[in-house]
Ligand binder design. Structure first.
Ligand code: ATP
Length: 572
């Protein structure tokens, strides 16, 4: 059980189920063998003294052997499939639990189609291995061992004639393990890459067509598919050659048994019946070994899938405790953060008080969005600390933290559902009336009522049937509905026209009352009146203060204000 659990990352009850299934598989093999052994004794009795005297005994024994085999098969079936599907279910749930608690930054850095494949296809392959390869390999392995030991006590020569080719066959399979794994990994990686390329080609149709990239994209897809095809052939060969070689070598056991038994027959040390008996036994054992050699290939393959699942599960998840807050002041102390090896924020210090609006400004790439990502725990900071109401963010359970934060980003994500459902994401238990109120405050109602089915209109994948400004306003409506004590706004006016922005501004002023508000805006005019401005420069703080204070103390701030004025008066 321990070996199974460790090798195949099984849960406790999965390992127990797989062990029981392996034992059941062992008894199935014994059942098949029992029928053959009965036949052997039957033949011996006929030759020795005629069969009639013991016919009824044989009939009873045959019925018992068939019943035993049937019961063992039934047991194997139930033990295997019940434990397999439960294990696959638990594995999927545990992967989902891991994904649920991974920093969102992990998802941003990984290919999502790849993760989806790990959850669906990899687990499906494991399911097949759990239900076939593992129990059959262990069951047949134990059966072969028992048979060889049994035959050894009967006749050491015959045991040797069977054992040597079998050991060589298993050796060939094991020897080729690393090459089989290498080929399998290369092929799986290529297949995943293909899916990612195809998905990208579908997602980016607009860019592909408008920049006339159809031919080059098609070429890229063809090359990727050709490459995967070659790797698949190599993988088939990498598996087929050792498996077929192992099976051929194993068949030598039949020839060697014929030679050994024939020689013993000539020497008068064995009678003809035993020769036949051993040959029947070898034939049955060969069947079991062929099954093992094929299953071993599958076990090597699932190794590659298991490695991916282990890697995912080994990723550090976000932890923390449910927390109650006395206030919603956010304090950032000596904060540093890097994306991988690349430092982005260094020694950042500032405090955003509840009831105040704090604006983050700075040149492009200076780290403002990264700061917001850290504040919302989309990523976890490396050094220093961020506290909310005095509690370090890393000590707060992510779900508890998210329930206190409303985020409105420039990039809006909408679900393929109705308008009503999309706004209700802000607060699942909101009534229709509350959703409508939120939509009104975000100035959405005007365009919603023009949609074919109003609030019940399906808005397409990621709101593809809406304009940028409409999508943005829906996400603001969500924030109104959620009414969380912390509000993070990143360039929300970028997609809004002047009329809507001014209209929303009034509602926003209502929304932000008594909340901790942090905003990013490139339009310096819009943040002149906020309580506090934090100026970022290449990941460090250049200055903190009000507009007036910074106009006097920060060159960089003055330059940003000047540039923003110029941009506003820019004409094409
Ligand atoms: P902008 O005003 O243009 O939106 P910003 O001040 O918000 O810029 P950030 O988006 O925080 O800047 O980026 C800061 C730096 O971190 C940039 O140099 C950017 O290239 C880098 N960066 C941002 N996101 C990632 C990421 N996911 N992985 C690696 N580097 C990143």
């Amino acid at each position: 059980m321990k070996i199974l659990q460790k090798t195949f990352s099984l849960t406790d009850h999965g390992a127990r189920g797989m062990t029981i299934a392996s034992i059941a598989s062992f008894f199935v093999n014994i059942g098949y063998m029992a029928c053959m052994i009965l036949f052997f004794f039957f033949a011996q009795d006929i030759l020795d003294d005629g069969m009639l005297s013991s016919l009824s005994n044989y009939l009873i024994a045959i019925v018992a052997a068939v019943a035993f085999t049937y019961l063992a098969l039934d047991w194997e079936y139930r033990a295997t499939y019940n434990s397999t599907y439960m294990e696959a279910r638990d594995l999927r749930i545990s992967i989902a639990d891991t994904l649920k608690n991974l920093p969102l930054g992990y998802l941003a850095q990984h290919d999502l189609s790849d993760l989806a494949q790990t959850m669906m296809q990899d687990v499906l392959d494991l399911e097949h291995a759990f239900s076939h390869a593992i129990p059959q390999t262990f069951g047949a392995g134990a059966f072969l061992l028992l048979m060889i030991i049994g035959i050894f006590f009967q006749n050491a020569w015959v045991a040797l004639a069977i054992f040597v080719p079998f050991a060589l066959a298993v050796g060939v399979c094991l020897f080729s393990k690393s090459y089989q794994k290498y080929c399998a990994k290369r092929y799986f990686d290529a297949r995943r890459k293909n899916i990612a390329i195809l998905q990208e080609a579908i997602d980016m149709q607009q860019e592909i067509r408008s920049y006339n990239l159809v031919d080059s994209k098609r070429k890229q897809i063809h090359e990727a598919i050709d490459q995967a095809e070659k790797l698949q052939m190599k993988q088939e060969l990498g598996q087929g050659v050792p498996v077929l070689s192992a099976q051929s070598i194993a068949k030598l056991s039949l020839a060697l048994t014929v030679l050994a038994t024939a020689w013993l027959l000539i020497q008068g040390e064995m009678n003809a019946l035993f020769v036949i008996g051993y040959l029947i036994a070898v034939t049955r054992m060969l069947g079991a070994l062929e099954g093992i050699s094929m299953n071993i290939g599958e076990l090597f393959h699932i190794d590659v899938r298991l490695d991916r699942i282990k890697e995912l599960k080994a990723t550090r998840i976000q932890e923390g405790e449910p927390t109650t807050f006395e206030n919603y002041d956010i304090e950032v102390k000596n904060l540093s953060f890097a994306y991988g090896e690349r430092p982005v924020l260094e020694d950042v210090d500032f405090c955003a008080q509840q009831g105040h609006v704090t604006a983050l400004v700075g040149p492009s790439g200076s780290g403002k969005t990264t700061m917001i990502r850290l504040l919302s725990r989309l990523y976890d900071y490396d050094q220093g600390v961020i506290t909310l109401g005095g509690h370090p963010l890393k000590a707060i359970a992510p779900a508890c933290l998210y329930s206190q934060i409303s985020m409105v980003f420039q990039e809006v994500t909408l679900f393929n559902g109705t308008v009503m459902e999309n706004i209700r994401i802000g607060r699942q238990d909101a009534t229709d009336e509350e959703v409508i109120q939120a939509a009104r405050k975000a100035h959405c109602e005007e365009f919603i009522l023009k949609l074919p089915e109003g609030y019940q209109t399906m808005i397409g994948e990621n709101g593809s049937k809406l304009s940028g400004g409409e999508r943005q306003r829906l996400s603001i409506a969500r924030a109104f509905l959620k009414d969380a004590p912390i509000l993070l706004l990143d360039e929300i006016s970028a997609s809004l026209d002047v009329e809507n922005e001014m209209a929303i501004q009034k509602s926003l002023n209502e929304l932000i009352k008594n909340k901790t508000v942090i905003i990013i805006s490139h339009r310096m005019k819009s943040i002149e009146d906020v309580d506090q401005i934090v100026v970022f420069e290449e990941g460090r703080i250049n200055g903190v203060g009000t507009h007036q204070q910074l106009m006097e103390s920060s060159d960089l701030y003055r330059r940003l204000v000047e540039k923003s004025r110029l941009t506003e008066s820019y004409v094409y």
